[in-house]
Design a binder for this molecule. Sequence first.
Ligand SMILES: *Cc1c(COP(=O)(O)O)cnc(C)c1O
Length: 469
Amino acid sequence: MKYQSTRGGMAPQPFSDILLEGLAPDGGLTVPVALPTITPDQLDSWRDHSYAELAFEILQLFITDVPAQDLRSLVQAAYDPANFTHPDIVPVKPLEEGLMLLGLSQGPTLAFKDIAMQFLGQVFEYVLSRRATTLNILGATSGDTGSAAEYALRGKKGVQVFMLSPKGRMSAFQRAQMYSLQDDNIHNLAIEGVFDDCQDIVKTLAGDLQFKEAYHLGAVNSINWARIAAQIVYYFWGWLRSTQQSSQSVSFAVPTGNFGNILAGHLARRMGLPIHRLVLATNENNVLEEFFRTGVYRPRQADHTHATSSPSMDISRASNFERFVFDLLGQDGDRVGAAWAQLARDGMLDLSEDQARLCTEFGFVAGASSHADRLATIRQLYQATGIIIDPHTADGVHVARDYVEDGIPMIVLETALPAKFAEVVQEAIGIEAPVPAHLKDLSNLPQKVVNLPGDAQRVADYIRQHAAI
Ligand SMILES: *Cc1c(COP(=O)(O)O)cnc(C)c1O
């Protein structure tokens, strides 16, 4: 299996060579040269697999330059029940007539990003050690992604993590989650300023090519291909747990921000998984809902991004979207390159000629929720079933209900547990979301954090002193 760029300007490379890179050299994103396909018989033969066994079957199709027995150990370590609060790793739970929840949030930070990050942590350590090299992860976080990366990379050899966060601007729970990690390779840097200031510092340092090379700087953002590949697994898992035979199809509803999660569903469908609809759900930041409705993609500026009650979806420029457009434009790198040039020039991309194909050929439909919709969904579901969901999952449930069809299970991806967004849950139902037992004492643990001014040079100095070289 080799990987190419969506813009056609990169010689095909194996998995281990693209793993640690960000964008392809031509500015595009890496995608498989040919997507593997799965037969109905293969699908049925996986029904008794554990999550780790299924993950191995699927990931070995994408990772052909790691010996199979090594890959099997990495996958087993990532999806060890000890890392998750449910023995199934990803439980599938009935919600109401026709609707189910895919429980992706049983990992260490209570959100779906843990599923892919746990595998990423294993495979990073493995590839770095085989190549006798090191990596210094530099990132900025306003809460979520940063903590999933830290929990996945804590204690891993050859990796140091430098995570910038805006001082005093995260919730007490988020602070406790990140700052209580005592591992030597985890560096929490609380910066004077807001999230954008942290992001600017990361851009400055990663843009200094000499510094970047000398200190082996890397990132774990949502365009990382290993994360996408690991996410494909749970679409197969959700289908296996809710069907009896390979002729049955299901639909998935996905709370969406950067288009990483639902892209994995799109790839699973192209591999042959019987997916009827991919329901894309956004909040008030509905750039992608607008695209799937009209065929016009119009990203917005940061100052036109609303701060909502489903903050992990407050995104107005979807970093993985180019990988879908690559398929829409017939996997023609020249056409994708031209489309992104048009986007840069005009601030929008008009693919309305292809709008009908989005549903007929690719199975996509879309909808958006408002703050009031999410509160009403959380409240109604709690009153009817006693189940509490978080505001991101509520966005998925709200939109999914418009697309339920007879005889086709609709599986909503649970992207976070309610305890993570306790204030919104409190506003909706007037009670506190239950905190998992092992996190009850989190806020009493000692915290490790370094305070720094919002100055890129001070952050660079810190990295020089602590980097893995
Ligand atoms: C990251 C995140 C999302 C959005 O996922 P994308 O892959 O960016 O589309 C949705 N919900 C939660 C809770 C998240 O953390």
